[in-house]
Design a protein. Structure first.
Length: 420
């Protein structure tokens, strides 16, 4: 038998280890929305989750509809409300927005091409089932005259409310949002030349802004306004299992653990990256048992780690389905995060365990991936900072380089024993 050279052995071992995670796993969905006459027809562009603080089971999904505006759905899939003030390209929600009189509410921000700007709403939890109301209905949209294709809200390290908007013409703009006279003002803080932005996600723990750039891949920037405009490539198209990249979602299992989930619309998959290391964990597809009516051409996703009543005690994953054969239009598919987590081996982290303990969904050290970029503390390149004493790649999920190294060491020792 011909002995392989050291580089050849390395290539074989790395290829074998990486290949074990290439095939997407299958995850069943349990609920799907039933769009009404106005909200159907392949027009959903984005989805956001409003969590009802008084009754999590009564939380609402909000869709951005490119022909009609905003629609809200209950977690059982029923349509509740339509807000048809022009169209909507993207939507996001953030709780704790200060209102007049010392109260607060969830702020909902819609990228509205019809009104050429970002239109703010509040979600009224006291309304029957929760209702959207436009904030300052007589005021012009934020940054009026500018068309946005993507919008995300986040809280800054100092507690301020930030908005990130991907311009339809390309690039990214960051705002400071300030409540004023029953409304809100937006102060531009920086512009980032990020190309065509398809997806955004903000990780508050690592002060990281993740940007899905059309035709390029997944990039990381500092989330703070003074972090500059230089980004770092996390994974390019063709690498890390991404053939295309769309919307992004962050699953926060704890203060520092969890996953970044990226939609790959061309492959009809969702690619999971370890939140600490940004190493690829694997990918999954969403469909019914037997692979029928799978999610295709997804343009929106949500990954939530909190319990949402008895229907979703282990958290929630939601994906837009661009081609739903069961409803003859596009819709949303919902499943427990526990279903996603247990489809992987080892299982991903499940932040919320059922009262009886449920099935072991892994620990903070399960489900890790190979180290690609250490997020660090506000450092786009990941150099320095971060949580260095635990990479998130536990014993049950050894990285590819580590597997290769161990294999080579074993072969080397075996060769020595034979020679002796």
């Amino acid at each position: 038998m011909r002995n392989l050279s050291l580089p050849a052995l390395t290539a074989v071992l790395v290829s074998a280890a990486a290949g074990a995670q290439t095939a997407p796993v299958a995850v069943p969905y349990t609920v799907q929305t039933q769009p009404g006459a106005r909200s159907g027809g392949g027009t959903v562009n984005d989805v956001a989750l409003w969590v009802n603080p008084a009754d999590p089971a009564a939380s609402r999904l909000i869709t951005a509809d490119q022909n009609n505006g905003l629609f809200t759905y209950a977690l059982d899939g029923g349509e509740l409300q339509a807000v048809t003030e022009g169209t909507s390209a993207s939507v996001d929600v953030l709780g704790g927005f200060p209102l007049a009189g010392g109260t607060s509410a969830a702020l909902v921000l819609s990228a509205n091409p019809t009104l050429s700007g970002l239109v703010p709403y509040v979600m009224d939890a006291t309304a029957d089932g929760g209702g959207l109301t436009r904030l300052s209905p007589t005021a012009a949209p934020l940054d009026v005259g500018v068309t946005y294709g993507t919008v995300r809200l986040a809280r800054g390290a100092d507690g301020t409310i930030q908005a990130f908007g991907g311009l339809a013409s390309g690039g990214l703009r960051q705002f400071l949002l300030t409540p004023t006279d029953g409304g809100v003002t937006a102060t531009p803080q920086r512009d980032i030349p990020a190309g065509a932005v398809l997806g955004l996600a903000v990780d508050p723990a690592y002060r990281a802004l993740y940007v899905a750039q059309q035709g390029q891949g997944l990039y990381r920037y500092g989330a703070d306004a003074d972090a500059g405009t230089q980004g770092a490539l996390v994974v390019g198209l063709g690498d890390g299992g991404l053939t295309s990249v769309g919307r992004l979602a962050l699953y926060e299992a704890s203060g520092v653990d969890g996953y970044l989930v990226a939609s790959d619309p061309s492959a009809n998959t969702f690619v999971v990256f370890d939140r600490r290391t940004l190493g690829r964990v694997g990918a999954f597809q969403l469909g019914q048992d037997g692979g029928t009516d799978p999610v295709e051409q997804s343009r929106g996703l949500v990954a939530y780690s909190g319990a949402l009543g008895t229907a979703f005690p282990e958290g929630l994953f939601v994906a837009h389905d661009g081609v739903s054969s069961s409803t003859l239009s596009d819709n949303l598919k919902l499943t427990s995060w526990g279903n996603v987590a247990r489809a992987f081996s080892p299982p991903l982290i499940i932040a919320q365990q059922p009262a009886d303990g449920g099935v072991d969904g892994g620990t903070g050290k399960d489900g890790g991936g190979g180290v690609v970029v250490n997020p660090g503390n506000g450092n786009p390149s990941g150099e320095g900072g971060g949580t260095d004493d635990d990479s998130g790649c536990g014993c049950t999920s050894t990285s590819v380089p580590a597997i290769a190294t161990l294999g080579l060491l074993a072969l080397s020792l075996l060769g020595r024993r034979r020679r002796s």
